[in-house]
Structure formats: C-alpha cells, structure tokens
Ligand binder design. Structure first.
Ligand code: AMP
Length: 412
C-alpha cells in the first residue's frame, strides 16, 4: 500500500518536523559546492509553507561522530535555503535543548527553521540493534528522539539518502510520535514510485548495468535482479572477481578472493534464470594507478604487475550494443576508475548509451553515487529518467530490502 504524503494531511497552523538530506558537499571554507540536495527538498518545503505550516527542518551533515564540529555546521545550508526561499530561515545552534524548544514554540505559520546538525549528538546514529541489547543506549536514543518529536505535531520524512538507516531522526522520532500524522515528502514519494515501478512493471528488454569496486557490495543486488532483468552488464573492478573465478589471471587488479565461489554461484544462478550475464572482453591495464600512467588494452588474462582500470574498446562497443533497444535500464557503479581520465572512457560510453536509450523512450534509472556524478559531469542528467538521490538507499532498494523507517509511516 502507498504511503500518505504531505498532500494527504492538513498542515495549516501545525508545527511540522521534516527530516531532509542536507548532507551537501562543502569546500575547505565551508562553501556549498552543490546545492542539489537542498533544491530537491524545495517542492515539499514550499508546499508546507504555502499551506500555512510552521516548518522545522532537520538533517545530518558529514560524520562529526557525536561532537560539535563547526566545519560540519548546517549554518551554510540555512543561508542558502533563505536565498532559495527568499525568506528568513531561522537557524538554531543545537537541534535539541531549551533554546531550540523556545524557538520552535514561537515559530509561526509559513515560517521555516533549520536545526543544527543532528549528528553533533551521538544518539542520532545509535543503531537500533545496539539499543535493543543495551538499556542505556536505548534510553539515550529514545530521550534524544523524544526531544525532537516534542517540537512538532506532524512528522515528514523526505530524506531518501538516509532512508535505509535507523537513525533516531528517521526511525525513533516517528515511533515516539504515536497518534500524530507521520508521512513522506514528495522527494521520497518520487523515489519510491520510480524505483518501485521500474522493478515491478518493467518494459522489456530490461537491462541492469553494475560496476564499481567490489562484488561483495553488489551480491544482494545481483541476486534480486537475476529474476527480474533480461541481462546484466558487469563492469568495474567487480568484473575481476568473476574473471578469477572463471580461472583467468587478473594480475594486480582489485579482486575479492573471498568471493570467488559466490561469483561462480551467481553466474550459475543467472544461467538457471535465463538472465544473460555479460562481462568485458577486453581491459585497459596500467602498471601503476596514477594520472597519465602508461596503459594498454589486453584481452583475456591480465599479466602480473598490471592492474585493470577500465573496460576496453571492444567491451565498450559490446555494452553499447546491448543497451541499444533496451526499454528499461538500471545502472549502479562506474565501469572503471572514472575519476582519473582517460580511465573514464567506459563509464562515459555507458552514460551516453543510457542517455540515448532514454531519448528513444526507455525508462532509465541511475542509483546515486558515482554513476550519478559521472552522468552529471557529462551534463547528461536531463537525459536520464530518474537519478536517485540516495546511493546506499537505492542500492538497498534494488536488493529488494524494506526500509524500516518508512514502514512505520502512515498508509494512505
Ligand atoms: P562503488 O562505490 O562500489 O560503486 O565503487 C566506485 C569506485 O569503484 C570508484 O571510486 C571507482 O574508481 C572504483 N573502480 C571502478 N573500477 C575500478 C577498477 N577497475 N579498479 C579500481 N577501482 C575501480
């Protein structure tokens, strides 16, 4: 059943506590280098303010590990948000405490307030599993959540980037707000609809592209997708674990020796499910991973002393051909060390092929993280149906996992 959204509830005259993902990138002088995560939250923020809600926003930024750290203050976010909303955003020095309570109480309809970084308090990131086994931790997490919950009449979750976590602000706050409305925002609604429909009602051919560093991070995704997609293209360093499992030499390439059996099992599982698994046929290799390193293309074995860093030209052509005609595509993970040109060629060609498929009518989804930044760097973001705002969260969604913090929110 679908979750209730802010549009389904009355917010006029109510205090609305909304969890956002304002974990924006900052430079050394604490300037925001991309306000994407702030602008993505604007539809829900504007909706609540325009309908007369008094809005209290909360988020984490970075990993301050439970200590106040001015370099990870949300103050620059409050400033940027004020500019974007063209109105004052009240900023509180702490997310809990007397002053915050007083400011929240005084907040009027149509006003917006941002709380300081939730992770300045260690209670925010106490895992529920740990809290279950330790009453002191349980108490600390609950007390912290209660202070946040007491600020408002309504809870809104619009932080897809952290939807896979059970942080106090994501999970415990709605738990303790019993009897009060607890809904999702438009960003999460869009993510769930897009990712959900892509997996449940795909037009075929449905192709998954998986890359990145480790196969161990993607086992769950491969297992879940094998029954759903027609074909999986495997690139990035994770391909080398499959190579080695198949008896090929991988030289000094990144390879997870502890997962060779698993890799063999996945190949068999795919075969049994009639899911085509496509591996690179050639590899760009270097002796030393550094910009401008001497490189060559090899087919088959990778000699000792050489390190695979990208899929080769024949593989690029093969992957592009496979993607031609696809009607649904999901992509997670780069094809090589794309941060270091020229080893971004494979990732670039795949990004262009995904964009081309979109233009021809395919539904294309990129699961946050590195593949999203590759697409953005190429200026192709408008040619992708959906770029997820949550790398880890979208990966878990593709694994078929349920999000505990969303399950406890109100159903339509
Ligand atoms: P992940 O977070 O698992 O999606 O991995 C992303 C990272 O994988 C990027 O930082 C890439 O540089 C890295 N990566 C992709 N291919 C390779 C490769 N062949 N060798 C080393 N690192 C790689």
């Amino acid at each position: 059943m679908a979750k209730k959204t802010v549009a389904d509830i009355e917010v006029k005259g109510k205090k609305v506590l909304m969890r956002c993902d304002f974990n924006v990138p900052l430079d050394d002088d604490c300037n925001i280098t991309s306000d994407d995560r702030i602008t993505k939250a604007l539809p829900t923020i504007n909706n609540i303010l325009q309908r007369g809600g008094a809005l209290i926003l909360m988020s984490h930024l970075g990993r301050p590990k439970g200590k106040r750290n001015q370099k990870m203050s949300l103050a620059p976010v409050a400033e940027r948000l004020s500019e974007l909303l063209d109105t004052d955003v009240i900023f509180t020095d702490d997310c809990i405490g007397h002053q915050t309570k007083a400011k929240a109480k005084a907040l009027k309809s149509g006003q917006c307030m941002l709380l300081e970084n939730l992770r300045f308090h260690k209670e925010e990131t106490i895992k529920d599993e740990a809290a279950r086994e330790d009453t002191q931790l349980r108490q600390a997490k609950d007390d912290f959540a209660r202070e946040l919950a007491d600020l408002a009449d309504i809870y809104v979750d619009d932080a897809f980037g952290t939807a896979h976590r059970d942080n106090a602000s994501m999970y415990t706050v709605p738990v303790v707000m019993q009897g009060k409305p607890k809904v999702i925002g438009f960003l999460i609604e869009k993510e769930l609809e897009f990712l959900g429909k892509t997996l449940s009602e795909p037009e075929r051919p449905f192709i998954a592209i998986l890359g990145g560093a480790k196969v161990s991070d993607k086992i769950g995704v491969i297992e879940n997708l094998i029954d759903k997609v027609d074909c999986i293209l495997i690139g990035g360093a994770m391909a080398y674990t499959f190579f080695k499992a198949d008896g090929r030499a991988v030289g000094n390439s990144l390879c997870e020796d502890g997962f060779l059996d698993k890799a063999t099992e996945l190949v068999k599982q795919a075969k049994d499910a009639d899911c085509e698994m496509v591996f690179p046929i050639d590899t760009v290799v270097v002796r030393e991973l550094k910009p401008g390193a001497e490189n060559k293309v090899v087919t088959g074995n990778i000699d000792s002393g050489w390190n695979g860093v990208d899929i080769g030209p024949e593989s690029r052509q093969l992957f592009v051909e496979k993607l031609r005609g696809a009607k649904t595509i999901v992509w997670n993970g780069p094809m090589g060390v794309f941060e270091m040109p020229p080893f971004d060629e494979g990732t670039k060609d795949v990004a262009l092929a995904v964009a081309d498929a979109t233009v021809k009518g395919a539904r294309t989804v990129i699961g946050g993280g590195d593949s999203a930044s590759a697409v953005t760097k190429l200026g192709l973001e408008d040619q992708i149906s959906h770029i997820s705002t949550g790398g880890g969260a979208s990966l878990e969604f593709l694994e078929g996992k349920k999000f505990k913090c969303l399950e406890i929110l109100d159903e339509k």
